[in-house]
Design a protein around this ligand. Sequence first.
Ligand SMILES: C[S@@+](CC[C@H](N)C(=O)[O-])C[C@H]1O[C@@H](n2cnc3c(N)ncnc32)[C@H](O)[C@@H]1O
Length: 223
Amino acid sequence: MPEIKLDSRLEKISRLVRLDRVICDVGTDHALLPCRLYLMGAKNITASDINDGPLKSAEATIKKYLGRCENIRLVKSDGLDNIDFADEIIIAGMGGDLIGDIVSRIRFANEETRLILQPMSKAEILRKRLYQSGYYLIDEHIVMDNAKPYLIMQAGYNGEVSQIDDYFAYTGLVKDLYSLWLLKNRLKRAANGCRTAQPQKAESLNAIAQRIEAYIKENGEKV
Ligand SMILES: C[S@@+](CC[C@H](N)C(=O)[O-])C[C@H]1O[C@@H](n2cnc3c(N)ncnc32)[C@H](O)[C@@H]1O
């Protein structure tokens, strides 16, 4: 069988997964990750997607790399709506708002549940949604792929609904100075873009950018 090659993003995710759990890869598309997880020893994997095209592609990937595999179930589902249970849930390669929406609809979360989330955008919306839905952040990782940083979050569930402030929503647990520098620049650009139409918003974005700048200055000097 050919070797499964993953990009650094999926490679990192594969190393975070608890293989002995009931795993679900939501929005699996090509299903390369579930195939790798199976080869790493996972026995109970669901690969789900909302669209038929990706599910067909997932089927072809499984056939190509594993032949027949009864340990990976393919399920058509919007988020986890058609999934009975999973306690190791991966949602990667989608916008943070969509991931937040999917997470907020999970019916079977408990204290054993772990989420591995990889938003392509709008991480601040996702962080707010996590805390509003009874989840909390455990860790955040930055992985570089083709000189671009990708964010990977790990979250747990305690059922406590809470609100987070805007600074934490934007920065979370990220300590990587390059990613923070990119974020600070993005916030400054956004503030500039809305300074006439929404001066209050511009002020609050600038305040967050300045706080990030101070953090980078303080911690950059220690490196
Ligand atoms: C860009 S691909 C990401 C594939 C893979 N997870 C990765 O990170 O490489 C996004 C996939 O999510 C699926 N998707 C989008 N919305 C979804 C939803 N609400 N529920 C399940 N899957 C969804 C799409 O059909 C698509 O296959």
